[in-house]
Design a protein around this ligand. Structure first.
Ligand SMILES: [Zn+2]
Length: 284
């Protein structure tokens, strides 16, 4: 029987074979086995590159319980697998273990090698810079913030409720409205609110731009910010949109493997033989 010349496509989250990427948006569920979206696969591809310097599926990641990570409402499929590989804790806004990025715990300062923040920062009450400062403080000196958030290309962030202070979302005539008392005592009401799916606080507070995100993260103290638009067809990652790409902010100086463990891991991979035969260099 002739072998199929078409390279296989593997879900880099669960390791299952999957159909080649279709030209859907980033939320399109491409993997029939774990329902992973292009957004999540691209985020894990970035995690692999940043941590290990090679493109591996998550099941192929070496187990490194010395690496401490924090998730912010990560999907159960992703969180389960990250917890198998790392000292990783998923957290939630409305359920235990609770993490509120606007009220960080001083015990978390300098604690994490990486933080995953996927589709959270657009929902954090302003000023969002305060949240970036919290995440920066929670990372170790060479830690990584791996992030996705909707953004548009060029221009400045559209902050929907810039003077938010004491606020609540109420129902008026069957439709949600946001009522805010500003610091100067004046009240304001906003209609036509945008909510995203999922659990927790899903009111869209802003629409970022790439430029504003980069500027805000650098102003916070991150040393480098990169957007990851590289398609990896072998993992069903085919970016057809120039916006809302996964991004990484490095707290320390740029290195080929952000956690400073790259050379150690590379050695263990090269001595690991066939188990990691799928590992390949990710030349940029
Ligand atoms: Zn999958």
């Amino acid at each position: 029987m002739a072998s199929d010349p078409t390279p296989g496509v593997t879900c880099n989250i669960c390791g299952a074979d999957m159909e080649p990427a279709t030209s859907g948006g980033r939320e399109t569920a491409g993997c029939a086995a774990c329902k992973s979206s292009l957004r999540l696969r691209a985020l894990v591809a970035l995690l692999s590159r940043e941590n290990f310097g090679v493109a591996m599926t998550l099941p192929e990641f070496p187990t490194m319980k010395g690496i401490r990570g924090l998730g912010m409402s990560d999907s159960p499929e992703l969180a389960k697998r990250l917890a198998e590989k790392f000292d990783y804790t998923n957290t939630f806004y409305h359920q235990s273990p609770v993490f509120d990025v606007t009220k960080p715990d001083s015990r978390d300062v300098g604690r994490y090698d990486f933080i995953v923040s996927s589709e959270v920062m657009e929902h954090v009450p302003p000023p969002v810079e305060r949240a970036f400062e919290s995440l920066h403080a929670m990372l170790k000196p060479d830690g990584l913030l791996l992030m996705t958030t909707p953004y548009w290309v060029g221009g400045t962030t559209a902050e929907h409720f810039p003077d938010l202070h004491e606020f609540t979302v109420a129902s008026l005539g069957g439709r949600p409205v946001l009522v805010n008392r500003r610091r100067d005592g004046a009240t304001e009401v906003f209609e036509d609110l945008v909510f995203h799916g999922g659990h927790g606080s899903t009111l869209e507070m802003r629409l970022f731009t790439d430029e504003s995100l980069r500027d805000a993260l650098l102003a916070t103290g991150f040393k480098a910010v990169s957007f990851f638009g590289e398609s990896q067809l072998e993992f069903g990652i085919d970016h057809v949109e120039p916006f809302s790409l996964p991004m990484v902010a490095r707290k320390g100086q740029i290195s080929s493997a952000g956690l400073g463990v790259g050379s150690r891991v590379s050695r263990s991979i090269s001595s690991g033989g066939a188990k990691h035969s799928r590992a390949r260099n990710s030349h940029r």
